[in-house]
Write a protein that binds this ligand. Structure first.
Ligand SMILES: C[S@@+](CC[C@H](N)C(=O)[O-])C[C@H]1O[C@@H](n2cnc3c(N)ncnc32)[C@H](O)[C@@H]1O
Length: 196
């Protein structure tokens, strides 16, 4: 598929290293910078399909750790004894139900992205609804001092979203990993150490 504009360095590298998607390199860079994932951790991956972030997380937490992924679509190429998949819509899933189903988490990561329409305002606003929902889930399910990684599209609401979540975490960082495609408006917010 060379010559395809999506077949860039990271896509080729992901195939070579057998990752399920090139987006793994975004999480890898974020994790290397903030040292978010440790052996034995319990993770929640919101918007986990096709599964590269979960793959990375499962490897880093090791057999003593555990990862739960949620998506509308089943990540059918991913299986591991310490991976559990919940098929569902994060916008409608009941947080109380989720809290009964899974134990408190060390890290909640969201790479949730809506199907884009090409209409910028619609796409940014749908993405912001997903990011806000991810933050709600994170505040309910993280352990004290747990971390949160969240994809956000740059738009009018970004500053208010950042300041909204900053009251729940000791620090908020913004990072634009190198693997983000040129021209993309996405960035990642990292909430370090949930304060309960
Ligand atoms: C960019 S992809 C995630 C890629 C993933 N991090 C990986 O590394 O393989 C975004 C995902 O968000 C999921 N998604 C979007 N809206 C959702 C919703 N309301 N509930 C659950 N998942 C959703 C999509 O189905 C899609 O699989």
């Amino acid at each position: 598929m060379s010559g395809n504009r999506w077949d860039d360095y990271y896509a080729r590298q992901a195939r070579k290293e057998k990752w399920l998607a090139r987006s793994v390199y975004k999480l890898q860079e974020i994790d290397k910078k903030y040292k978010l994932i440790r052996k034995g951790d319990r993770l929640l991956d919101l918007g986990c399909y096709p599964g590269s972030w979960s793959q990375y997380g499962i490897r880093k937490v090791g057999p003593q750790g555990e990862l739960v992924g949620i998506d509308l679509t089943l990540p059918d190429r991913l299986s591991s004894p310490n991976f559990r998949f919940i098929q569902g819509d994060v916008l409608t899933i009941q947080i109380e139900w989720l809290a009964r189903e899974i134990s408190p988490r060390d890290l909640i990561m969201s790479d949730l992205a809506p199907q884009t329409t090409g209409i910028r305002l619609t796409d940014v606003s749908r993405s912001m609804s997903l990011s806000k929902r991810a933050a709600e889930i994170a505040c309910a399910l993280l352990k004290e001092k747990g971390h949160f990684v969240c994809k956000v599209f740059e738009g009018e609401d970004l500053i208010s979203f950042r300041s909204e979540i900053s009251q729940y975490f000791r620090q908020i960082r913004v990072i634009r990993p190198k693997a983000i495609r040129k021209g993309s408006k996405e960035i990642y917010l990292v909430g370090l150490e949930l304060v309960k």
